[in-house]
Design a protein around this ligand. Sequence first.
Ligand SMILES: C[S@@+](CC[C@H](N)C(=O)[O-])C[C@H]1O[C@@H](n2cnc3c(N)ncnc32)[C@H](O)[C@@H]1O
Length: 140
Amino acid sequence: MTRRGSMETVRVLELYSGIGGMHYALKESGVPAQVVAAVDINTMANQIYKHNFPDTPLWNKSIEGLTLEDLTALSVDMVMMSPPCQPFTRIGLQGDVSDPRTKSFLHILHLLPRLHRLPRFILLENVKGFETSTARDRLG
Ligand SMILES: C[S@@+](CC[C@H](N)C(=O)[O-])C[C@H]1O[C@@H](n2cnc3c(N)ncnc32)[C@H](O)[C@@H]1O
């Protein structure tokens, strides 16, 4: 039984986890949370993530390969993510949704609304320019 007013542990999926900057910020925030899975395709970053958060299950794979079943099984309350910023940054070509680096983000945006149990929170970090992009519009 949980006490009224006490905070439940938030189950978190960390996408584009890199070396774990968002995980670190979450920890610092003091919010009772558990990162139940972190996903990144970069093996070098993943080695550092493992060093920083050895107890977190880390999936060394592309986010484009995640399935609805994967997400359902994780049953998360929160998704935190920092997708690649190159498609949006002012010093880039601003390819937005036509940049192949946005594909995995669009894949996630396709899956999330199809979950039977929706996450309560989405934390997304990106650069100036993202907020006016088509990709941002797709987020809703
Ligand atoms: C902006 S960085 C994230 C930085 C991270 N918050 C950190 O603290 O290190 C974007 C990350 O997305 C990863 N990434 C890009 N495309 C991916 C994909 N399709 N699947 C999984 N990871 C991907 C990159 O390897 C990179 O680590």
